[in-house]
Structure formats: structure tokens, C-alpha cells
Design a protein around this ligand. Sequence first.
Ligand code: FES
Ligand code: FES
Length: 161
Amino acid sequence: MNKLSMTVNGKPVTGEVEGRKLLVEFLREDLGLTGTHVGCDTSQCGACVVHVNGKAVKSCTMFALEAENADVATIEGQAAEDGTLNTIQQAFQDHHGLQCGYCTPGMVMSAAALLRDNPRPDADEIREYLAGNLCRCTGYHNIIRAILAASGQEVAPLAAE
Ligand code: FES
Ligand code: FES
């Protein structure tokens, strides 16, 4: 077992993990942060996306020990303390950017990373950025609308499209 320290959603955490433990397993099993989902375990679906030192990362693709001393952000840290959704979460709700919700934490975390790098992406740029995030409910259309809206861009009502 190896000792491990990192910051998760602004709070220092420690743990003791086997070398083979994945970051997503540490978050879910050791810290109880089950908002980060596992959809495939083969690095394809993006349900496990978190931020590590400000970069979007599939947390099933790195070992927990690789995040030693890192600043990790998960979906649990996105809303305000009182539960008020952040701009991206609110836009997903307003524009029906989710159906079953399984992919949603990864989508929101990827969208946050995209908007940090590119505050006003067009629909094609959003599609390209989300290539590593799969939605099995095929809700892509409204996900893209939600991210456009979250970036402050005009989104026509669905009925007008
Ligand atoms: S669980 Fe990590 S990419 Fe699917
Ligand atoms: S909303 Fe169901 S997988 Fe995306």
C-alpha cells in the first residue's frame, strides 16, 4: 500500500492505495465521490472525466498515485455549497441536455474544460471536443445546445429548428 495526498474539490485528502488503483476507483470507492461514473473502463466513454491540475482527464486512464499532490476537480465540486448549479449545469437542465444522466458528469466536466480554453466555441468545435464523451441516449443535439447557451451564445428554441 502507498500513501497518497491530493486536493479534491478544494479540500486536502489523503489515502492509502495499491499501486494498481485507478484514480476513478480512488474517487468513488475511497472518497465516496460517486458522481464520477464508470461507463466502459476502456477509455472510450468519457463518463469518468475529471479535471487534474485544470486539464480534463479520463480518470479511468490514470492511476491514483499519478495524481499525487494534484489539484483534482470532480462533478461534486461544480455546484455552489448551497446546491445552486453552475452555468453549465443549469444550461444542461434548461436545454434538456440529459436523458438518463449517466454521461452527464463527464459531459459537464469536459464542457467546463472546453469553455475555459475556448469561451465561445461554435457547434462544430463543441462536437469535436466531445468526441471522447459518449452518450448512449443519443442526446448530443441538446448537449451541444446547452454548451452553446452556457457560453452565452444565442440558442434558438427547439421548435424553431
Ligand atoms: S469509464 Fe473512463 S472512459 Fe469510460
Ligand atoms: S443522457 Fe443517458 S447516456 Fe447520456
